[in-house]
Write a protein that binds this ligand. Structure first.
Ligand SMILES: *Cc1c(COP(=O)(O)O)cnc(C)c1O
Length: 415
């Protein structure tokens, strides 16, 4: 009896298309790499989370093959029944070492890790204090638990409550939220934040967050999905970048971005927290184990990143060059250090259409970039979000920068 729902969905889908909000998938006919095949044409890819260029790395592919040959395709079980192999334990140990935590537990994705992270630890008596721009999976994870919730204005550390002129809503800073949670006599408090925010590429003020956590007796939980493998001198993450490696309590991260790009994720934390997750975390208890090929390749990835910082160093150099030359060319770029480089269109007329047109022209020039408009980003904050990779050669970067300049002049954005 689909009839009534069918009419409803067909109309809603058409509405999405009319508002340019419908999600189309672009088909790639090659492995993920600096260069990909789209409609039979080779284009440079500047919009993957393939930060270290490991998605099609021969050593990772070989490691994945090796585990398929030795430990099979799948385990047909959750971890605690008969889905744990020696390599699952080994990966958890190596992840804990790499991230500088006591222990780690695997999940099928970081989405699942965030879905698991809160509900076993926090209940009515507790407080979760969360950045307004946190990733959907953190928001959903928090929804799954019964803790009291405070949302602080994005990266605002202050002890203030102010009205947002555009929405009329009252917004609080982190310290104000912590004070209110203390006043509410909450048992446990946790501050939860993305460590890098994917739309602006800005980095959470993790040292200030740790200081406030100490002052108000709160735990610190960070999602390192856009950091693990390359932030910090040895690529350990944002906690290394800020030199607070011993001050973070819970890390969630993905293997689906810099760490090989396939799938999977983990929670790394204090031993009793990880033990508790093994007993209580529902995505761990009721969802299948990570397949041997992914485990083997992720182990290889950590081995490579522990041996040498060459890839994160190359990524850093590529990022610096791209940001510098694009800024000098006259583009409006949100300053920062992260390989996520947003090129902003807000100051031009018809910025949404302009960003789409720009991206389409870039593809004609052989460079694949993605425009983002409302509601993915706020109105007037339209952008093309470029993501730099260690796999981009100097020549690739030159091609992309020259294409940006050419089209920027063509569309009267730069001189
Ligand atoms: C990509 C991302 C996730 C989801 O990771 P998956 O492993 O793909 O589920 C979670 N959190 C953040 C901040 C992300 O950027």
């Amino acid at each position: 009896m689909f009839g009534k729902m069918k009419d409803y969905l067909v109309k809603e889908l058409q509405d999405l298309k009319d508002q340019n909000l419908y999600k189309y998938e672009r088909i790639i006919e090659s492995p993920q790499s600096a260069e990909v095949l789209v409609k039979g044409k080779k284009v440079l890819n500047f919009c993957a989370n393939n930060y270290l260029g490991l998605s099609s790395n021969p050593e990772l592919i070989e490691a994945a093959h090796k585990e398929i040959d030795h430990r099979g395709y799948g385990l047909s079980s959750v971890r605690f029944i008969c889905g744990t192999q020696d390599i699952h334990k080994e990966l958890e140990k190596k992840l804990a070492e790499f991230l500088g935590m006591e222990d780690a537990i695997l999940f099928s994705s970081c989405f699942d890790a965030n879905g698991a992270a809160f509900e076993p630890l926090f209940t009515h008596d507790d407080a979760i204090i969360t950045d307004a721009l946190n990733h959907a999976s953190i928001i959903d994870g928090i929804r799954l638990c019964k803790a009291q919730r405070w949302v602080y204005k994005h990266s605002d550390m202050r002890d203030v409550e102010e009205q947002d002129p555009s929405t009329g809503k009252n917004l609080k800073g982190l310290e104000r939220c912590l004070k209110e949670a203390v006043a509410a006599n909450c048992r446990f408090k946790v501050i939860a934040t993305d460590s890098v925010f994917s739309m602006d590429g800005d980095i959470a003020k993790l040292r200030d967050i740790c200081d406030l956590a100490d002052k108000y007796d709160a735990l610190v939980m960070i999602d390192e999905s856009h950091s693990s493998g390359f932030m910090g001198k040895h690529g350990r993450g944002t906690h290394e970048y800020y030199d607070v490696m011993d001050r973070v309590d819970i890390i969630t991260t993905t293997f689906g971005k810099a760490l090989g790009g396939a799938s999977g994720g983990c929670i790394a934390s204090h031993k009793p927290i990880v033990d508790w997750m093994r007993n209580k975390a529902r995505p761990y208890l009721f969802s299948n184990t990570v397949p041997p090929s992914v485990v083997g390749a992720t182990l290889k990835c950590l081995e490579i990143l522990t041996k040498t910082t060459a890839l994160r160093d190359k990524l850093e150099a590529n990022t610096k060059r791209f940001r510098k030359e694009m800024t000098e060319a006259g583009f409006d770029i949100i300053p920062g250090e992260h390989p996520i480089t947003p090129i902003m269109f807000g100051k031009y007329e018809n910025c949404s259409e302009l960003a789409v047109k720009f991206a389409n022209r870039m593809l004609e020039e052989g460079v694949y970039v993605t425009p983002f408009s409302y509601p993915v980003v706020p109105k007037g904050k339209d952008r093309i979000r470029v993501q730099i990779s260690a796999s981009h050669s100097d020549e690739n970067l030159t091609t992309a920068i020259e294409a940006f300049k050419k089209i920027g002049r063509e569309l009267n954005m730069i001189k």
